[in-house]
Write a protein that binds this ligand. Structure first.
Ligand code: ADP
Ligand code: MG
Ligand code: ZN
Length: 622
């Protein structure tokens, strides 16, 4: 604020200086241009010859005009003023009309030369300020302040409520108390209760943490101050700390309110987190934050919310009692949650009556709220693209595929042989999926290439959310993953690169079984690895001796080998069906779950009348 006033002052001082210079130098120059300057002696002789008509005597010059000549043209001249006691007499004698001019600016002059330019500059200034604040302050009349870079946002009203957040019932419940406190801090302070100063929203990206924080402010009807962790981390030491101070000072004056620090891990990283020498700037910022959090009086009704998806890296000091001691988990939505989120986002979209959000929710296990919001939007766009006025189920299916596998890549043309391989590969996945000990329904098989790299894909997401993975099921999953390649091997006696992703995923799962889930033969219930960022990825780092690492690898390999053999066996046992399905897929490019099941049913019925499997095994190569 201080800074801004100073800037304004400097700006106006500069403007006044410029106008002053214009008035002092440019205006007389313009005036003088039409006037010829002559020596005083020439003036004297002109005066004697009686040529001079009128004269204006200024303090430092005399400007005069001559009598019109034959063509009726008068000349204008100026001379420097010289102290000449008899000048007045001489002029009088020569019959010149003269008058002394005492320079006194007229009112109009002042308006013209000062007020109008100043007003113009002020308007320009306001205009620039308006432009800057709308640029940095975001939409919705948000206002910004701070040091030179405006990065702290205040929203008087976030416009979001708990109605906009679906499927995070537990989180909403814990936050409801804070809302109540913000609405009526007195109720709590009178009884002597202290409310937590801060709550930490923890969860994977896109699950609605930022949204929830805004909704708390909206529910309570209080201003929302927000800043992103990375905004603090600036090049210049001290800026981050100053910004924290700024933020708290501003917020205090607007209590009750919410301070929201998004992605707090950017500043809140553990101070001794291993790196040499540390990061001074970040530490200073963090220290400032800690001391501000201790220093402020929460009874006024200021609550600090922070969000992160890496709680494990946060400094312990941030998490201790009295700071962010409340942790609110905002996890990926479950089936009911996904359906709710789809419906929330469909509120503003014209949707056909027969749309079944439950079905979409079933096929989107593991997706976040942001993904689901995206699905609804892509579905709407697809409806428009196809010239429809309402969103239909097909649009939603299209959008699910788009989010899960990327856009269809119409341009890439596979050769017939490649197509056959891809078809067998995908049917391999699907067939093992339903022939496993724990069959998993198939929702879709397609061999339309996708931009995200897949040449085709098989969708067999579980129909309900699973919270536990049994060992049998883990093995089933690995079998399904390896079945694509297995089918290629059986039918073409050759291998392709198309299974890289399947192999990677199968390996990860087999490793996890051995090193984390205690599903191994050798290691009993010993954990050999730990997951570092549980909310960001499933990646685990090994923490065991070299010897055990080698042994764990050998065991994971054994699991994979066994599952690979199983997959091949299942496919060989159903080879006839594999051919039929692959042929159907090649013909239609996409099979829905129903079409897939229908083919299998028909086959089961007529199985006994069919000729033996077409034997192309080992007969082709690529
Ligand atoms: P995060 O901060 O957890 O990364 P956001 O709050 O920024 O995620 O969510 C991004 C967007 O995803 C939101 O603006 C909203 O449109 C949508 N979204 C995420 N979770 C939900 C939810 N539970 N209910 C409704 N919309 C959600
Ligand atoms: Mg966020
Ligand atoms: Zn595959």
């Amino acid at each position: 604020m201080q800074q801004k006033k100073k800037n304004t002052l400097i700006y106006f001082a500069a403007v006044i200086l410029v106008i002053f210079l214009i008035n002092m130098l440019v205006k007389p120059m313009l005036r003088d241009m039409a006037i010829e300057e002559i020596p005083y002696s020439q003036f004297m002789s002109m005066l004697e010859e009686g040529k001079i008509d009128k004269a204006e005597i200024y303090q430092d010059s005399i400007i005069f005009s001559t009598k019109p000549d034959e063509q009726g043209k008068a000349g204008y001249y100026s001379i420097a003023y010289m102290k000449d006691n008899v000048l007045a007499d001489r002029l009088y004698d020569a019959g010149v009309e003269f008058t002394p001019i005492i320079e006194k600016e007229s009112f109009i002059d002042i308006i013209l030369s000062w007020i109008i330019p100043l007003a113009g500059m002020a308007v320009l200034w306001l205009f620039i300020m308006r432009m800057m604040s709308s640029k940095f302050g975001g939409s919705g009349g948000a206002m910004s302040f701070g040091k030179s870079t405006a990065k702290v946002y205040i929203e008087a009203q976030t416009g979001k409520t708990f109605r906009d957040v679906a499927g995070q019932e537990e989180a909403k419940e814990s936050l409801q108390e804070l809302v109540d406190f913000l609405r009526n801090p007195r109720k709590y302070t009178e009884i002597g209760a202290k409310l937590p100063k801060g709550a930490l929203l923890v969860g994977p990206p896109g699950t609605g943490k930022t949204l929830l924080a805004k909704a708390v402010a909206g529910e309570a009807g209080v201003p929302f101050f927000s800043i992103t962790g990375s905004d603090f981390v600036e090049m210049f030491v001290g800026v981050g700390a100053a910004r924290v101070r700024d933020l708290f000072r501003q917020a205090m004056s607007k209590a009750p309110c919410i301070i929201f620090i998004d992605e707090i891990d950017a500043i809140g990283k553990s101070r001794q987190a291993g790196q040499f020498g540390g990061n001074d700037e970040r530490e200073q910022t963090l220290n400032q934050l800690l001391s501000e959090m201790d220093g402020f009086d929460s009874s006024k009704g200021v609550i600090i919310l922070a969000a992160t998806n890496r709680p494990e890296v946060l400094d312990k000091a941030l998490l201790r009692a009295g700071r962010f001691d409340r942790r609110i988990i905002v996890d990926r939505p479950d089936l009911a949650g996904r359906e709710e989120i789809l419906k929330v986002h469909a509120r503003g979209v014209r949707v056909s009556e027969d749309v079944d959000f439950n079905e979409i929710a079933r096929s989107t296990s593991g997706l976040s709220g942001a993904d689901l919001a995206n699905i609804v939007n892509e579905a709407a766009i697809n409806a428009v693209r196809n010239g429809r006025k309402v969103v239909e189920q097909g649009d939603l299916h299209f959008a699910v595929d788009l989010i899960l596998a990327g856009a269809e890549k119409k341009s890439s043309v596979l050769s017939d042989k490649e197509k056959r391989i891809v078809a067998y590969h995908e049917v391999g996945h699907a067939l093992v999926s339903i022939k496993n000990a724990n069959p998993q329904p198939v929702q879709k098989i397609t061999i339309v290439p996708r931009t995200m790299g897949a040449l085709g894909f098989t969708m067999n997401t579980p129909q309900e959310d699973r919270y536990l993975l049994l060992k049998d099921e883990a093995l089933d999953q690995i079998r399904v993953l390896l079945a694509g390649r297995s089918a290629e091997e059986i039918k073409f006696n050759t291998v392709s690169s198309g299974a890289a992703n399947d192999i990677e995923r199968a390996t990860m799962l087999a490793r996890a079984m051995v090193t984390r889930y205690g599903m191994s033969e050798h290691f009993d219930l010993m954990a050999l690895s730990t997951v570092t960022n549980p909310y960001l990825s499933d990646d685990a780092t090994l923490q065991c001796s070299q010897e055990f690492a080698a042994k764990a690898d050998a065991e994971a390999l054994a699991i994979i080998r066994r599952c690979h053999e199983d997959a091949k066996r299942i496919l060989l046992e159903n080879e006839r069906l594999l051919d039929i399905l692959a042929a159907a897929l090649l013909e239609r490019e996409t099979l829905t779950g129903d079409e897939f099941r229908k083919i299998i049913e028909d086959y089961e019925k007529s199985k006994f009348n069919l000729p033996p499997a077409e034997n192309q095994r080992h007969s082709e190569s690529i």
